[in-house]
Design a protein around this ligand. Structure first.
Ligand code: GLC
Length: 514
C-alpha cells in the first residue's frame, strides 16, 4: 500500500477507552472500539506511548521500551490488539521515543550511580552547561546531579533525560527496540522529536550534524525497508525535509511539520492566527513538498495541540460545519492525512479556571511560572486556549462521566459525545466517514497534484489534479461568500443545500474531467 492510500487515526491510549473501569484507558478498551474505527474508514492507527512509564509526561517518559504499562495492559493483550487491527485491514504504528528516556529507566539509574558506570555515556553529562538551552517545559535544560557533580541534559521534563546518540551502544539499543516491535508485528513508527537526536551544542537544540546518518542507521536496514515512518520534526524546513523524507534512501516515509500551527507567537496565547493564515501556510507547504517530490502529512490535531474546531472554527453555533470543514481540508490534502481521536466528533477545547482540573506537566509548569504575574482570568484563558489537556480529556463515548478517570472530562461532555453525534442529523463522524470514502474512491485525492486556487479573507479553494480529473474543495472561512465559478459535478457538501453563496464554514466539493 502506498503511504498516500493511508488515512491515520491517532489513539492516545490513556484517554481513549477504559474497559476495566480503573480510570485509565486500556488495550481492552482499544480492542472494543476497533469496529468504530473500521466503520469510520481509517486504515491505519498511530498509538501514543503506553510502555512502562512513571507518567510524568503521560507516557513520553519511558522506563521500559519493551513492555506495556500495567495500567494499559500487557504484552500479550497488546499483541492481540495488533492482530485484531490487522484482521480488519488496519495498520498499526507505535510511538518511538528515541530522544530521551525516563530518569527511572534502568539505564539512567545506572548512569547516575557513578561517573565510571558503563551506562554513564548513554546520556549527556557536562561539568558545566555548555549552552543556555531551555527545556521545552520551562527552565534550564541542564539539571545538576549533586551526587556526581555534573549536569545532564533534558530537553523536556527534568525526569526525561536525553540519550547520547553519539554513543554507538545507544544506537544499537534503539535499533534493537525497533526490531523488537517489528517482530511483534507493528507496521512502523511515529518518531517522537526525532530531529533532536543529534546535537549541535553550539547551536539550537535540533537538526544536529549527524541527524541523517543516525536516521539511516535506524531505518536504512533490510529489516526496516518496508515499514512506515513519520518523524516529528519541528525544525524541518524546505531543505532538510527533502533529505528527511526518503524511505528509499533509508530515511523516513514522511514527517510532521508544524508551520501552519506555529503562527501564533507562542503556545499559551489567546492571540491566535486566523484560519486563513493557517490555510495559506498549509497550501505553501503542500506545494513545496510536491515540488520537492516528497510525501507530506496533513493534520490539524494531535495530543499536543488544542482542538482545531475551537482554534480555527466556531465551536458554538457552527461547530458541526467548522469541524467538518477542517476535516475536509485534511482529508482532501496531498500526502498522508492524520486525524486525532475525538476530532471525528468535533470535540472542543475545555474551559476550566481551577488548576486542579489540569494534569499536563507543561501546563502545570506554565501555571507555576506565571501565577504571580498574570491575572487568573488571563492565565486560565491562555492555558485553555493552548494547553495540551484539551486533547487529552477522556474520549466521550456517551454522556456519562467516569468520576475516577485520571483526567477530568471535557466541559461539554453532556452535549458532545459519540452516542449523541452518531444519532444526530448532522453527525461530524458520518461526514468524516463520507470524506474518507471519497478519498478512497477518487485517485485524484490520493495521487493528484495540489493546486491552490484562492485564499482570501473569506475563501480557501484548492484542487487535486491528475491527467484525468480534477477535484476542487471550496471552503468558506467563516462568512457567507459567493461560490466562485467551479465547473463540474457536485460531489458533496456539509450543508444540505448548495446555493449561489457559501454559507458560514460551508465546504463544497466538485469534480470534473481535466
Ligand atoms: C513530543 C510529544 C510530546 C512529548 C514530547 C517529549 O513532542 O508529542 O507529547 O511531551 O515529545 O517526549
Amino acid at each position: 500500500m502506498k503511504p498516500q492510500d493511508l488515512v491515520f487515526y491517532q489513539i492516545y491510549p490513556r484517554s481513549f477507552c477504559d474497559a476495566n473501569g480503573d480510570g485509565e484507558g486500556d488495550v481492552a478498551g482499544i480492542i472494543s472500539k476497533i469496529p468504530y474505527l473500521k466503520d469510520l474508514g481509517v486504515n491505519a492507527v498511530w498509538i501514543s506511548p503506553c510502555f512502562r512509564s512513571p507518567g510524568v509526561d503521560s507516557g513520553y517518559d519511558i522506563s521500559d521500551y519493551r513492555d506495556i504499562d500495567p495500567r494499559t495492559g500487557d504484552l500479550s493483550s497488546f499483541c492481540r490488539m495488533i492482530d485484531a487491527f490487522h484482521a480488519v485491514g488496519i495498520k498499526v504504528i507505535l510511538d518511538f521515543v528515541a530522544n530521551h528516556t525516563s530518569t527511572e529507566h534502568p539505564w539512567f539509574l545506572e548512569a547516575k550511580s557513578s561517573k565510571d558506570n558503563p551506562y554513564r555515556d548513554y546520556y549527556i553529562w557536562r561539568k558545566t552547561p555548555p549552552n543556555d538551552w531551555q527545556s521545552a517545559f520551562g527552565g534550564s535544560a541542564w539539571e545538576y546531579d549533586a551526587a556526581t557533580e555534573e549536569y545532564y541534559l533534558h530537553s523536556y521534563a527534568v525526569e526525561q533525560a536525553d540519550l547520547n546518540w553519539e554513543n554507538p551502544k545507544v544506537r544499537e539499543e534503539m535499533c534493537a527496540v525497533v526490531d523488537f516491535w517489528l517482530d511483534l508485528g507493528v507496521d512502523g513508527f511515529r518518531c517522537d522529536v526525532l530531529d533532536q537526536i543529534s546535537k549541535d551544542f553550539a547551536g539550537q537544540n535540533g537538526n544536529g550534524p549527524r541527524l541523517h546518518e543516525f536516521i539511516r542507521e535506524l531505518f536504512g536496514r533490510e529489516k526496516t525497508k518496508d515499514i512506515f515512518t513519520v518523524g516529528e520534526c519541528w525544525s524541518a524546513d524546505g531543505e532538510n525535509v527533502r533529505q528527511l523524507c526518503g524511505a528509499d534512501r533509508g530515511e523516513l516515509t514522511t514527517v510532521f511539520t508544524f508551520g501552519h500551527l506555529c503562527l501564533d507567537g507562542g503556545k499559551f496565547t489567546t492571540d491566535r492566527a486566523s484560519l486563513k493564515e493557517a490555510c495559506r501556510r498549509l497550501a505553501e507547504w503542500q506545494t513545496l513538498c510536491e515540488t520537492l517530490g516528497v510525501i507530506n502529512t496533513a493534520f490539524f490535531e494531535n495530543h499536543d495541540l488544542p482542538r482545531a474546531v475551537s482554534r480555527f472554527g466556531d465551536d458554538g453555533q457552527y461547530r458541526y460545519e467548522s469541524a467538518t470543514l477542517l476535516g475536509a481540508i485534511v482529508l482532501l490534502s496531498r500526502g498522508v492525512p492524520f486525524l486525532y481521536q475525538g476530532q471525528e466528533l468535533g470535540l472542543t477545547n475545555s474551559h476550566y479556571t481551577d488548576v486542579s482540573m489540569f494534569r499536563d506537566v507543561e501546563i502545570l509548569n506554565y501555571y507555576e511560572t506565571n501565577k504571580d504575574t498574570l491575572s487568573p482570568d488571563e492565565l486560565f484563558a491562555r492555558i485553555c486556549a493552548g494547553g495540551r489537556d484539551n486533547a487529552r480529556r477522556p474520549m466521550p463515548w456517551d454522556e456519562i462521566s467516569q468520576d475516577n478517570f485520571w483526567i477530568p472530562d471535557g466541559t461539554r461532555r453532556a452535549e458532545i459525545n459519540a452516542r449523541a453525534d452518531l444519532s444526530a442529523q448532522r453527525s461530524v463522524y458520518r461526514t468524516f466517514q463520507r470524506l474518507i470514502d471519497l478519498r478512497k474512491a477518487e485517485p485524484a485525492l490520493r495521487e493528484g497534484g495540489f493546486v491552490c486556487r484562492e485564499i482570501t479573507d473569506d475563501r480557501f479553494v484548492f484542487s487535486r489534479v491528475t491527467a484525468e480529473e480534477e477535484i476542487t474543495l471550496v471552503c468558506s472561512l467563516g462568512k457567507s461568500t459567493p461560490i466562485p465559478s467551479c465547473e463540474g459535478e457536485l460531489l458533496f457538501s456539509n450543508y444540505e443545500k448548495v446555493g449561489e453563496d457559501l454559507l458560514p464554514y460551508q465546504f463544497v466539493i466538485f469534480k470534473k474531467r481535466s
